[in-house]
Design a protein around this ligand. Structure first.
Ligand code: PLP
Length: 363
């Protein structure tokens, strides 16, 4: 006998990226920032008053919310602090999606969305991207026909790294009756020359929720801190009704606020990641492992059939380099590779060069 709800019994849990035991492994499989958190974060942790932990933390992380509000030109009412971006997604579904209602997303996308929809016992509908991995021209019509309550769009897209413009996002928000969730987990790595910014759209649309995380751009994946940005009326039920009473802890509130305030440091890591991304992009293409241009901190590259993506994944693992392989439609001939430090990227390219050369001499 199982006591699980039937939808829980029927579902598969989320499969996180592998965590190597060997500390020398080059970990390019979960899109972490290759650089450490800011020195200010280290100082804040060192000076944290442990005695203060006997008290509950501020329930809504007001110190963090103030820093975020100032950074984004919004007010406290627009900021929803969460235990990682993942918690925001769960909170959003709990708050806005009833059992059986339709959660729409793209295919492929971040693999947690289907898992969270299954937990909520929502109906998942996946919208195919076109041959260039772009949103289909009839997206709004499809959303209407499937009666989607929520559309979750990861932007820049995972796992391709392509970017939907803010004008296109505005058009979706304007013409879609449901809630548009734009998951900006990787937004910090977008080329600043593009001047991409969806935050101003929050003043126009009260059906738009933007997800941000401290995990990637701020090098704090281990801390578990993210936040939502939304119009006051959309944010309020998540902030004051459905959120766990103390969903973020006192230490993470302090460190996340400190990291968000260290903008210059964070930006310096984004610049380095972007520069390395262009170098790795060029090197992979040179090797014949064609990559899509990416606005994120990872690249999706195609592995020739003669090697095969699972074979390349295994060969890299043998060399102590972990990347991500997805056994999914359209992705079975590809690897998603996070951008690492210069040394890590060089090791990756060397290993792939050996693999490609071995492969061509074997033929
Ligand atoms: C697309 C996307 N959204 C959200 C997240 C959530 O990140 P976190 O819960 O670490 O903030 C991730 C993490 O990998 C992600 O890839």
């Amino acid at each position: 006998m199982t006591l699980e709800r039937s939808n829980i019994a029927a579902m598969q849990g989320y499969a996180p990226g592998e965590q190597p035991q060997d500390p020398t492994t080059i970990k390019l499989n979960t899109n972490e920032n290759p650089y450490p958190p800011s020195p200010e974060v280290a100082a804040a942790l060192n000076s944290f008053d442990v005695a203060s932990l006997r008290r509950y933390p501020n329930p809504v992380a007001n110190e963090f919310r103030q820093v975020a509000a100032d950074l984004h030109g919004l007010s406290l009412d627009n900021i929803i602090p969460t235990n990682g971006g993942d918690e925001l997604l769960r909170l959003m579904l709990t708050t806005f999606v009833a059992e059986g209602e339709v959660v729409a997303t793209t295919k492929p996308t971040y693999s947690l969305y289907p898992v969270l929809a299954a937990i909520q016992d929502a109906t998942l509908r996946e919208i195919d991207l076109d041959a260039q991995w772009k949103l289909p021209g009839d997206l709004i019509q499809q959303l209407r026909e499937m009666k989607a309550k929520v559309f979750i769009l990861v932007n820049p897209h995972a796992p391709t790294g392509s970017l939907v413009t803010s004008a296109a996002i505005a058009e979706i928000a304007e013409n879609f009756d449901g809630l548009l969730v734009v998951d900006e987990a990787y937004i910090d790595f977008v080329d600043p020359a593009l001047e991409h910014d969806c935050v101003p759209l929050l003043h126009r649309f009260d059906n738009l929720l933007i997800l941000r995380t401290m995990s990637k751009g701020y090098s704090l994946a281990g801390l578990r801190f993210g936040y939502g940005l939304a119009a006051k009326n959309l944010a309020a039920p998540m902030l004051f009704k459905t959120r766990d009473s103390y969903n973020t802890d006192a230490i993470s509130q302090r460190l996340a606020a400190t990291a968000l305030a260290s903008q210059n440091y964070a930006k310096s890591t984004w610049d380095r990641v972007r520069q390395s991304r262009e170098e790795v992009f060029a090197a992979l293409n040179e090797l014949g492992l064609s990559c899509l241009p990416s606005q994120s901190n990872f690249l999706l590259c195609t592995i020739p059939d003669s090697i095969g993506a699972p074979g390349a994944y295994a060969a890299l693992k043998q060399e102590g380099i972990l990347v991500r392989y997805f056994d999914q439609e359209r992705l079975r001939d590809k690897l998603r590779i996070s951008i690492g430090t210069k040394e890590e990227n060089d090791r990756l390219i060397n290993a792939l060069t050996t693999l490609c050369k071995g492969n061509s001499s074997a033929r």
